[in-house]
Each structure stands twice: as structure tokens, then as C-alpha cells.
Write a protein that binds this ligand. Structure first.
Ligand SMILES: Nc1ncnc2c1ncn2[C@@H]1O[C@H](COP(=O)(O)OS(=O)(=O)O)[C@@H](OP(=O)(O)O)[C@H]1O
Length: 294
């Protein structure tokens, strides 16, 4: 291990949330983790729509989830890969295996580069990521609490947060996209048109869905539905596993586009823009900062 403190564990340049890393040996052997052709990895930078897409993936793959006959939490259907807090035996898991991960491109199992297993990479405009991270850091004890947006902004632009430097994460995955079988999805597009996003994901996964299935998935993947579904809203995980700092606040907080406007000052926003323009100059990914932009 390179460097550990109470909240961050820096390993090969990536910042892990140290309180939930429960198996250092696993991390050290990730490269050699055996990949199956039908594995599906959902990869995100933290606070970019992970649980949302976990829910969509689970609904696409599991009829028992869609029709409510199976009572399982979404995080058990699509477990986290590097934060295996529930100690799932991944090798014994039946295929197709679905995983969620925040890993950067250079740390994932090498078997993913044979381009058979599929990766869905979801990204979100980083000002909303920062805003979501700010509230989350003050909600759960496993994250370092931030006194102000200013304090987080410094750390975020310096990569001293869980997930490391946002710019490196997104750029890394984008620049190495040809090494993987990968679909890029944007949080804001999912928000604008959930139905088309579900169809795009299911087509990439080569999963045939009936019209009725699509309706059910879209309904159960809306923010309002997930917020009131104890299997999807992560309330019990926050309270019983991650630990709450306060009784206020939910994992499914707002689920909107552009909330950063209520949090960043004009000066902070300009500072962010300067770094964004410099770091993302030659990355042609589209970003939506506000849903009125179209
Ligand atoms: N269905 C749906 N629709 C829209 N938005 C949703 C949905 N589900 C989760 N969310 C929002 O995603 C944010 C949490 O991101 P992650 O799940 O990536 O967090 S984590 O990295 O796994 O901790 C967090 O964003 P904020 O509300 O801005 O804080 C969640 O509310």
C-alpha cells in the first residue's frame, strides 16, 4: 500500500475509501481476477449515478426484481467489486455476474481487455458530482466531513477525495475506451430521457426486453420510486453499515441536474471552469451543466 489515512487509501494512484476496504489482498490481486465473457461491470466516479445504474442493470437482468417476487437489495444484486463489505464469494456467483466499481482504467482486471465482458461507464457533470459528494461527506462517517464547499473544492481539484482526481478518472477511461468493450452513458441524458437510456443499455447488453419490461424498468428506476423503495434507496446501508453523522439527509438526496448552481459562488465556479477547460480540452465527451441547455 502506498499511503493510508483515516479516510483515503492511496494505492497505485487511486484513492480508495479506506474504512470500507476490507481485503487488501484482493486489491493487490485485482489485475488477475478471472473475468468471464458475460461479466458486466458498471464503472463510475463516485456520486455519478452508480446506485441508479445498479438498479437499471438489476432490473434488466432479473425478472424476479421486475415483478417483485425476489426480495433483495440492489447492492446485493450488483455488488461492489473493490468494496466487498458483504464478503461475497465472486467466484461462486452464477453467471452473468454484475459488478459496480469506481476503479480507474489502469486498475481493473486485465481480462476486461479481451473485450468480451462489457463495461458501462456512467459520467456526470463534475460540479454536480462535487455537490453530491459534499452532502454525502457530511452524511456518512466513512467519508471525511467537509466544513464548506470551499474545503471540498480544494481537495476535489487536487484529487484528495475518494475516487482520486475526477479529470483523470474520466479522461483515463475515455482515452482507453478502445481497449475495452465499453458504453459511455451520461447521467444528465439518463435524467432527460430514462426510457431511451434503458433501451441503449439493454441493446449494448444484447438483452431483449418486452415493451412491458421496459415500462416496468423505467418506472422502478425513477428517483421517486427508488427513494421510497427500501431495497434501492440505501437508507439501511447508510444507517447500519456506513454510519450516519446526522439524522438529516438521504443517500438519494435530490437526483437533479444543476444543483451546483445553489452551492458554488461565481468565483468558485470560474475557478472550476478554468481547470475543467485546461484538463478536458482534448476530451470530446459532451457535458450538460443544466437541463435547460438541451
Ligand atoms: N433514480 C435516480 N435518478 C437520479 N439521480 C439518482 C437516482 N438514484 C440515485 N441518484 C443520485 O445519484 C447520486 C449518488 O451517486 P452514486 O450512486 O454514484 O453514489 S456512490 O458513489 O455510489 O456513493 C445522488 O445524487 P445527489 O442527489 O445529487 O446527491 C443520488 O440522488
Amino acid at each position: 500500500m502506498d499511503n493510508t489515512d483515516k479516510y483515503l487509501l492511496n494505492y497505485k494512484g487511486h484513492n480508495f475509501a479506506s474504512p470500507v476496504v476490507n481485503d487488501i489482498d484482493f486489491l493487490e490481486n485485482i489485475e488477475d481476477f478471472e473475468i468471464r465473457d458475460d461479466d458486466v461491470f458498471l464503472i463510475t466516479y463516485p456520486k455519478s449515478g452508480t446506485i441508479w445504474t445498479q438498479q437499471i442493470l438489476s432490473l434488466i437482468y432479473s425478472e424476479g426484481h421486475r415483478n417483485g417476487t425476489e426480495n433483495l437489495q440492489t447492492v446485493d444484486r450488483v455488488p461492489f467489486f473493490e468494496y466487498n463489505t458483504r464478503k461475497v464469494d465472486f467466484v461462486k456467483r452464477p453467471s452473468p455476474r454484475l459488478f459496480a466499481s469506481h476503479l480507474s482504467y489502469n486498475l481493473v482486471p486485465k481480462g476486461l481487455t479481451n473485450k468480451k465482458a462489457k463495461i458501462i461507464y456512467v459520467y456526470r457533470n463534475p460540479k454536480d458530482v462535487l455537490t453530491s459528494y459534499f452532502h454525502y461527506s457530511n452524511l456518512v462517517v466513512i467519508f471525511e466531513a467537509m466544513n464548506s464547499i470551499e474545503e471540498l473544492l480544494e481537495k476535489f481539484l487536487d484529487g484528495k477525495v475518494v475516487g482520486g482526481l475526477w479529470f483523470d478518472h474520466v479522461r483515463g477511461w475515455y482515452e482507453h475506451r478502445r481497449d475495452f468493450n465499453i458504453l459511455f452513458m451520461m447521467y444528465e441524458e439518463m435524467k432527460k430521457d430514462l426510457r431511451s437510456s434503458v433501451l441503449k443499455i439493454s441493446s449494448f447488453l444484447e438483452k431483449e426486453l418486452s415493451e412491458e419490461d421496459v415500462e416496468t424498468i423505467v418506472k422502478q428506476a425513477t428517483f421517486q420510486y427508488m427513494k421510497s423503495d427500501p431495497r434501492a434507496n440505501c437508507d439501511s446501508i447508510v444507517s447500519n453499515e456506513l454510519g450516519r453523522r446526522t439524522n438529516e439527509g438521504r443517500f438519494l438526496r435530490k437526483g437533479t441536474v444543476g444543483d451546483w448552481k445553489r452551492h458554488l459562488t461565481v468565483e468558485q465556479n470560474e475557478r472550476f471552469d478554468k481547470v475543467f477547460q485546461r484538463k478536458m480540452r482534448d476530451v470530446p465527451l459532451k457535458f450538460i451543466w443544466d437541463l435547460n441547455e438541451g
